[in-house]
Every structure is written in structure tokens, then in C-alpha cells.
Design a protein around this ligand. Structure first.
Ligand SMILES: Nc1nc(=O)c2c([nH]1)NC[C@@H]1CN(c3ccc(C(=O)N[C@@H](CCC(=O)O)C(=O)O)cc3)C=[N+]21
Length: 306
């Protein structure tokens, strides 16, 4: 028997157990951002008589989407902007949706257009996002804004990745030279996130569903951004001791008591004491997504003056 069999060598360095994980307070970061936005909205009204208008389009009845849309509308009004909800039945055709988007594009009182995803079967999401005027594409998901973001040029940046970036900058300052691992390659989060981190001069690794050993790459990350929608994916061993972990996952689970609650993609209890900083779910990325939507709507309204 070798010595290591008698005295078990801990898989984790001893100090790792002593790490004090700092929770990243997304609500507090979002509140600061929102206060700035509120001020600029007031200035825009005073100097130019403009009230930023956001149109939120929801097709079909997805209970989770309805909650987000209500929340978006409430926040928009809190900062003094106007929001217009278009709630359409699940039977809406692609043509009907395209024609609504065309009307919103032509409406000078609307500065931002957001079509909530996912869309019902039979509607091509890429076609719809492409139809939104790039100047009003506050989700930043259309080809023009995706291109601008990728080139590092000023356009409209997708809200969730922008929110994650602002959290990272706020917590860490410069991200230059850090190794960022992004898990997930969705158009909504993973891909734009990787582009923004590249812009910050991070070394970026993108892992996805076909990656052979995600854990082996994840544990090299100084910054680990997880956006897969798989609860329990990220275990303790996947996290480099002291790393900053951004959990974008939102998964609804039912507790043994029959209540529903939200969990992320990271096993929270295992990340505590291992990560240096960690975003909770809820209260992490979610509030920043909403704040960034308001930021983008304000930006679109400000640019409409030029
Ligand atoms: N075109 C489009 N743009 C989106 O930005 C978009 C979308 N489609 N489809 C769905 C996802 C999801 N999403 C969230 C926004 C806020 C919270 C949020 O505020 N979450 C709170 C908790 C909310 C709760 O308790 O249910 C939190 O994490 O603290 C969550 C999720 C935007 N999305």
C-alpha cells in the first residue's frame, strides 16, 4: 500500500475549505444602475420632451414569460419610461407578428422593441429578430447588433450578457488576462457573453453540449459563466478555488413541501466555500438583465435624437 492510500490526500487544497465566498448582490448592482437611468430619463424629458417607449411583445401563454414581461413593464414605469405590452394569442401567425413589428418600427413614440423568447412553434425567431429596426433592437439579438457587438463597435448589447459583464467589472475591475470559461452557446447568452469577454481581453473558452469534459475546462476558469438551463450541472470540483462564478441558469423546482422555487445551474451549497464570488439565484443576474433592458431602451431613445 502506498502512503497516499493510508493518509488520504484531499482532492481540494486545505485553504479551499476556508474560502469565504462573497455573494454578488445583483439587486444592489441593479438598483445603482436603475438610479442612474432614472436621472437620465428625467433629463431627456426636461431637455428634449422625450419619454422613452418600450414595446414588449409576448406571443402565447408561457407562465414564466408572463412573469418576466410583467416585471419588465413594472420596472420600465418605475424609471419614468413608457411601456406598451402586446400580448398575442398562441395562434398568432408569423405574418401577423411581422406586421406588428413593422408597425412598431414605424412608430416614433416607440424607442425599443422586445419580442419575448421562446416563440411558439411555427414562428421563426431569427426572422422576427431580423425584422426589428436595429436602432430599436433593445435585446441586441438581430444580425446588425450581433455584428456590432462582435466587432466591439457601439450597438445594442444583449441584456443578460451585458448584465453579467457589468457585475464582473463592478466586482473585479479590469478583467484583462483572466481566463473566462463560458458554459453554453445560446444566441441569447453564451455566444454574446464570450464576445464581450473577448472584448475585455479575457482568454475565453466556450464549452457546450458537445464538449467532451466540461469540468476539466471549467476548473481552469478565473471567471466561470454558466448559462445552460440544467440545474445541478456545476459541482464543487468544477470550480477553481477562489474563482468568480456567474450563474445565469433559472430553473423552477418543486420543494418536498410542494412549493416552487428558483435554482441556478450551479449547485449553490457546493459552490459556497469554494468560489471567491458567486451570484445567487434569484437575486443575481436576473435583476441586472432588467436593468440593462432599461439602459438599452434609454440608449435607443437618446440616439434617436441624432
Ligand atoms: N427576448 C428575450 N429577452 C430576454 O431578455 C429574455 C427572453 N426573451 N426570454 C426569457 C429570458 C429570461 N429573462 C429574465 C429576466 C429577468 C429575470 C429576473 O428578474 N429574475 C429574478 C427573479 C424572478 C422570479 O422570482 O421569478 C431574479 O433572478 O432575481 C429572470 C429572467 C429574460 N429573458
Amino acid at each position: 500500500m502506498t502512503r497516499s492510500n493510508i493518509i488520504p490526500v484531499p482532492a481540494i487544497p486545505m485553504q479551499a475549505g476556508q474560502i469565504q465566498t462573497r455573494l454578488i448582490d445583483g439587486k444592489a448592482h441593479a438598483a445603482r444602475l436603475t438610479a442612474e437611468i432614472e436621472l437620465e430619463v428625467a433629463q431627456l424629458a426636461e431637455k428634449h420632451g422625450i419619454v422613452p417607449g418600450l414595446a414588449v411583445v409576448l406571443v402565447g401563454n408561457n407562465p414564466a414569460s408572463e412573469v418576466y414581461v410583467r416585471s419588465k413593464i413594472a420596472h420600465t414605469e418605475q424609471v419614468g419610461m413608457r411601456s406598451i405590452a402586446h400580448i398575442l394569442p398562441g395562434s398568432t401567425t408569423q405574418q401577423e407578428l411581422l406586421s406588428l413589428v413593422a408597425d412598431l418600427n414605424a412608430d416614433p413614440t416607440i424607442h425599443g422593441v422586445l419580442v419575448q423568447l421562446p416563440l411558439p412553434r411555427g414562428i421563426d425567431a431569427a426572422l422576427i429578430t431580423s425584422a426589428i429596426d436595429p436602432a430599436k433592437d433593445v435585446d441586441g439579438l438581430g444580425p446588425m447588433n450581433v455584428g456590432l457587438t462582435t466587432l466591439g463597435l457601439p450597438g445594442l448589447v444583449p441584456c443578460t450578457p451585458l448584465g453579467c459583464l457589468l457585475l464582473l467589472r463592478g466586482e473585479l475591475g479590469s478583467l484583462k488576462g483572466l481566463h473566462a470559461v463560458v458554459v453554453g452557446k445560446s444566441n441569447l447568452v453564451g455566444r454574446p457573453m464570450a464576445q464581450l469577454l473577448l472584448q475585455e481581453e479575457c482568454t475565453v473558452t466556450v464549452c457546450h453540449v458537445a464538449t467532451a469534459d466540461v469540468g476539466a475546462l471549467a476548473c481552469l476558469a478565473d471567471i466561470l459563466v454558466v448559462a445552460t438551463g440544467h440545474k445541478g450541472l456545476v459541482r464543487r470540483e468544477w470550480i477553481k478555488p477562489g474563482a468568480t462564478v456567474i450563474d445565469v441558469g433559472i430553473n423552477r423546482v418543486t420543494t418536498p413541501e410542494g412549493r416552487t422555487r428558483l435554482v441556478g445551474d450551479v449547485v449553490f451549497d457546493e459552490a459556497m466555500g469554494r468560489a471567491g464570488r458567486l451570484t445567487p439565484v434569484p437575486g443575481g443576474v436576473g435583476p441586472m438583465t432588467i436593468a440593462c433592458l432599461l439602459r438599452n431602451t434609454l440608449t435607443a431613445a437618446q440616439r434617436s435624437l441624432r
